[in-house]
Design a protein around this ligand. Structure first.
Ligand SMILES: [Zn+2]
Length: 299
């Protein structure tokens, strides 16, 4: 569990929130903006000669929200996504959502700038007294604050918060599902950073490779954690019903090269009476990816 230990630096200052997994994005904010604008959205937007709309600044999609820290009980302000203003463009096979103009995942790890408590927004409020004690002893006592940020977070600002959230999850002995979900979203942040990396970055290829390796290491921990959560915890897990969860784990298994396990999770989805057609279709997509990867390995 090297991911949970050995990080020396702690400290930095400001916060945010926004949750995003398939279950939530489906019924919440994301869809409603859309309809009128379909033709000019997504892929076609780049192609159109475009009566160029003024560019949306990421900071315009954020507001300062006040949170009360459940560990030190102080209030702090954090940048938070205006969920009604963001539009879901697509999802990766592991359900990572991609929004127009902003990677809202950057704002999903909340960190208290006073005591160093951090968690994904969906878990932030829920801390038991024994956990407060662990966090105070093992995190707050060594916490040196958070670094200043601008009006919007950089990926590195987000990474500081996510890694602090992972450390907190470990210290407070969170459930396997919470640890796994926090690692999964951390992996997504590294993926986002790699995708957004400017091409003129020095040593571009090397930096991307390092980011991909970071992502992969968090995916591996997430996969193992979800596998454990499946045996020990009840649904819904992190807001996911069983078919959605199985779909996610199928893809994580594929990403870590465990094709047999992945196939078992895919079968669970395909034979589930609870799974809708869309979920089953996505499971078949993952199956296709596995077939392709197997084929390319044989060549
Ligand atoms: Zn606090």
């Amino acid at each position: 569990m090297s991911l949970f230990s050995g990080r020396g630096k702690r400290g930095f200052g400001k916060i945010e929130k926004l949750d995003t997994n398939e279950a939530e994005t489906k019924n919440a904010e994301v869809k409603k903006e859309e309809t009128v604008d379909k033709s000019s959205s997504d892929k076609s937007a780049a192609v159109k000669p475009a009566a160029a709309k003024p560019k949306v600044e990421e900071a315009d999609l954020l507001f300062d929200k006040t949170y009360t820290c459940p560990v030190c009980e102080k209030d702090f302000k954090a940048k938070t996504i205006r969920t009604g203003k963001i539009k879901l463009l697509s999802q990766d096979t592991d359900l990572r959502p991609k929004y127009q103009n902003v990677d809202s995942l950057k704002y999903d790890a909340l960190a208290c700038p006073i005591c160093g408590y951090a968690a994904l927004s969906r878990f932030f409020k829920f801390v038991m007294p024994s956990q407060v004690k662990f966090i105070t002893e093992k995190i707050s006592n060594n916490f040196g604050g958070l670094p200043q940020t601008g009006g919007a977070y950089t990926y590195d600002d987000a990474i500081v918060r996510y890694e602090l959230a992972i450390e907190n999850a470990e210290v407070k002995q969170a459930k396997a599902s919470e640890k796994a979900y926090t690692c999964l979203k951390t992996a997504w942040i590294y993926r986002g950073k790699a995708e957004a990396l400017p091409e003129d970055t020095p040593d571009y290829d090397k930096v991307v490779k390092e980011l991909n390796e970071k992502e992969q290491s968090y995916i591996e921990v997430a996969y193992a954690g979800f596998d454990e959560a499946y045996m020990k915890e009840d649904f819904p897990l992190c807001g996911m019903d069983e078919p959605t969860f199985s779909l996610l784990v199928a893809d994580l298994a594929r990403r870590v090269g465990k094709f047999e396990e992945s196939s078992r999770w895919i079968s669970k989805v395909l034979t589930s009476r609870m799974a809708n057609d869309r979920t089953k279709e996505k499971a078949r997509d993952i199956k296709e990816l596995i077939d392709e990867e197997k084929k390319s390995q044989q060549e």
